[in-house]
Design a protein around this ligand. Structure first.
Ligand SMILES: *Cc1c(COP(=O)(O)O)cnc(C)c1O
Length: 400
């Protein structure tokens, strides 16, 4: 009992699980190997490139570059967060600079702004893409400039794989000459008018964390516009050693490069990227068909044909003033050992960030209060879908 308390396992949970064996867990989004990953890992071992450099890294970078299909350079790093941090440094963000950022996101989008001792200025979402509202973005820029300080950078997030209103936002960034950074952590393969997410801004970042569309267990990539910037990123990511015969340093460096072993996993995963995306999009179709007759629920979907989402996660909104709510539904799915999760709690209402300025009208809060992420892995089985379908119908139809 003591151990359970330390581990945070409640007695109630323990009691219910001891009555009957739980069914196998259906995860929200779990790693899904393609099959050739071990071959590339073995190559790293066979050649003894057990290091943060080697052929797997070079090839993984080339494959991502080819996937992006436009004039971009790619540097593989230890995480998406590291990529965000370096992009802020490369954008020149320093102490007390203001950075306009989306409030509706994961904390990793914002933490690097604080690493730079800069000030996040939170911008609300809009209802088409759930991403940054161009209207509030421009309002904030005008007001910050009027207050005597021009923001240094804009960080937008392609949420749950959905492209933000990147055309409008790019236009605003250009008009005011502010660096644009795209957090495409979960949006590999997503595109707007055929152009890949992560390639619109001055910088883009991708994550290969275990829960993303493809994974290296942990890892990330920085997308930038030319070789000089890529070289600079790698310089900073490898302890910022000056070109000298001894250890000489004129900059603060970081240990942010990806391991050659993990890059081997990435090479294997690139071979299945398209099929993983097709499966996630098929999951979305499954939910669409399932929920079409349930009028209390809206499935998060592409606003029009210009948007192509990898549907990293399929997300529903439960309408307000109905008999249903996301907390109850989450508990209901948990009875069947089906994982679901609430949406990001907006950053401007997080205890650690709530003292920073915010522009908007509580769209992100409304989404947070009513949304739920449903199991969306590319490895969902038909049997899993049957269990999910039964349980969702039970909640929305039987209990109706
Ligand atoms: C996963 C994620 C990150 C962080 O990426 P890591 O590779 O885990 O550091 C940042 N932003 C968003 C939106 C994410 O989903």
């Amino acid at each position: 009992m003591e151990l359970n308390k330390i581990l945070g396992i409640s007695d109630a949970l323990n009691a219910s699980s001891s009555k009957q064996p739980k069914k196998s867990k259906i995860w929200l989004s779990s790693p899904h190997m393609g099959g050739t990953e071990m071959k590339y890992i073995k190559q790293a071992f066979d050649t003894n490139w057990i290091a943060p450099l080697g052929e797997n890294i070079n090839e993984f970078e080339n494959e991502i570059k080819n996937h992006l299909g436009s004039q971009n350079e790619v540097a593989c790093l230890s995480s998406g967060t590291a990529a965000l941090h370096l992009s802020l440094i490369l954008a020149g963000v320093k102490d007390n600079d203001e950075v306009l950022c989306q409030t509706f996101t994961f904390s990793a989008t914002i933490n690097p702004i604080i690493y730079q001792r800069a000030i996040p200025i939170f911008i609300d979402s809009e209802l088409d893409t759930w991403g940054m509202s161009p209207v509030y973005l421009e309002k904030a820029i005008k007001e910050r400039i009027a207050l005597g300080k021009k923001p240094k950078a804009i960080v937008v997030v392609h949420l749950y794989g959905m492209p933000v209103k990147i055309e409008e936002i790019s236009k605003i960034a250009k008009a005011y000459d502010i660096v644009l950074i795209e957090d495409a952590a979960a949006a590999i393969g997503s595109s707007y008018k055929g152009q890949k997410c992560g390639t619109f801004g001055d910088f883009g970042i991708i994550s290969f964390n275990g829960n993303k569309v493809i994974t290296t267990s942990g890892g990330g990539a920085l997308i930038c516009k030319n070789k000089e910037v890529k070289e600079r990123a790698i310089f900073l990511a490898t302890q910022a050693r000056d070109n000298a015969p001894h250890y000489q340093h004129s900059n603060i460096g970081y240990n942010y490069r990806l391991s050659n072993i993990l890059a081997g996993i990435g090479r294997g995963q690139m071979e299945v990227l398209d099929s993983h995306i097709a499966k996630r999009r098929a999951n979305h179709k499954f939910y669409k068909a399932l929920l079409t007759d349930i009028k209390e629920v809206n499935l998060f979907k592409e606003p029009n044909e210009n948007y192509f989402s990898n549907h990293w996660l399929s997300v529903i909104l439960i309408k307000e003033n109905t008999n249903f709510n996301r907390k109850e539904l989450r508990a209901h799915l948990d009875e069947e050992n089906i994982e679901s999760r609430s949406l990001w709690k907006p950053m401007h209402i997080q205890p650690i960030f709530n003292s920073y300025p915010y522009y908007g009208k509580n769209i992100a809060e409304t989404l947070f209060n009513n949304g739920l992420c449903l199991p969306s892995g590319s490895n969902l089985l038909e049997e899993d879908k049957r269990r999910i379908s039964n349980k969702l119908k039970q909640y929305f139809i039987t209990s109706y």
